[in-house]
Design a protein around this ligand. Sequence first.
Ligand code: ADP
Ligand code: MG
Length: 253
Amino acid sequence: MSKTIISVNDLVKNYGHFQAVKGISFEVKEGEIFGLLGPNGAGKSTTLEIIETLRPKTSGVVSVDGLCLDKQPHEIKKIIGVQLQTSGYYPGLNLLQLIELFSGLYNQDVDPMELLDMVNLREKAKSKVKELSGGQKQRFSVATTLINQPRIIFLDEPTTGLDPQARRSLWELVKQIRDKGTTVIITTHYMDEAEYLCDRVAIIDSGKIIAMDAPDKLIDELIATGFERPKEMKMANLEDVFIKLTGHSLREG
Ligand code: ADP
Ligand code: MG
């Protein structure tokens, strides 16, 4: 088993009298894609933002690559990559200029074109963020998480609102990043996405973790209880039809 890179112990977050995160504990292993799954309001973003040092916790113990969240938040910031809201980017700059700006801020020597190539945006180097499609914006925002060459990246619902082709393209990008050795924590409420992408998942509901394991193991456990799908599944679904008809390639001009 590979080593633990994030450990969260009995994490609690109160917003006034409301308890959004109710004492959760989990570990993320180095080099895995770890999914936090749950419906809206479950506490996924709150949990991520606490680990990212962007939001104060109420109680609990968090460590990231051996660094203590309470004592070494600045060291933690240096080894993680966080997706920024694309609306927050300087509107007057193009993608190339934005990457140059960020690499300067992070004091990193990054080849902007190489990074844009990785996320399939070389042709858009001279475009502004507002000129990109939804999928391109998401790929660009994933690219910006990589600028400081982080050990871990955090992706909060990166595929929400994307069409099937753009989702698949983002999945491949996330796998590629993991395959290069970066640990990924991702939140989603799409179960097909989690099943395809995640090595392990924690299912979180109303601030509590109610299951945690590899997707396959969780499915096998459910089957072992005698659960069967009510209807026999066909060998394909409507998404397969859609992809077959419209192709795998991106439609974003
Ligand atoms: P998720 O990302 O799983 O949708 P969040 O972590 O954003 O959930 O929110 C968890 C709960 O905490 C929700 O009920 C939400 O309304 C509440 N919440 C989130 N942020 C705040 C805040 N700044 N102040 C008060 N309540 C908040
Ligand atoms: Mg959220």
